[in-house]
Every structure is written in C-alpha cells, then in structure tokens.
Design a protein around this ligand. Sequence first.
Ligand code: SF4
Ligand code: SF4
Length: 82
Amino acid sequence: MQRRIGINASKCSTCRICEIFCAAVNTGTANPKKAHIRVVNMFPTPKIEFLESCNLCESLDVEIPICVKYCNRNALVLKEEG
Ligand code: SF4
Ligand code: SF4
C-alpha cells in the first residue's frame, strides 16, 4: 500500500497546528521550525510543503500521520493507493 498526504491548500487557515504537532511528536520540542512540514502564508492560497525529512510518521506507532490527524480543516488528507 502506497501512502502519501494530499494537500488542499485552499482549505488551510495557516494555523500552524500541523507544524507544532509534527515538531512536538517527532522531535520532542514544539518548535515549528523543527517540523517536517512548512506552511507559508501566501495570498490568496497558502503554500504547504513537506520536507525531505518527512517519513509520514512511519517511525511512530500511529495509524494516521500526526499532521493529518490534527489538521481540523481537512487541508491535509491521507491517501492510500495500490
Ligand atoms: S493544521 Fe491544517 S489548516 Fe492548520 S496550517 Fe496545517 S495544513 Fe493549514
Ligand atoms: S507526516 Fe509526520 S513527519 Fe511528516 S510532516 Fe506530517 S507529522 Fe511531520
């Protein structure tokens, strides 16, 4: 099963919860600069990108990647294909 995260940037509120939770859970510090996802506040649509270091939370024992789980706008959606 191939997993990836789909991005619906137009739904993003730039709340940065995804960055904070990614950093907190994956690095132990809630510093968004350490997150494996970047949200850039651009008009009219924010830019969301995953860094090379993102491993889809595979090193954690979680079914849903943390950033997807805590994005309450459905701007990040887990896709499972194949
Ligand atoms: S949690 Fe969702 S809405 Fe908030 S910045 Fe991240 S992608 Fe955007
Ligand atoms: S999938 Fe996991 S490691 Fe990748 S950006 Fe989201 S929370 Fe961070």
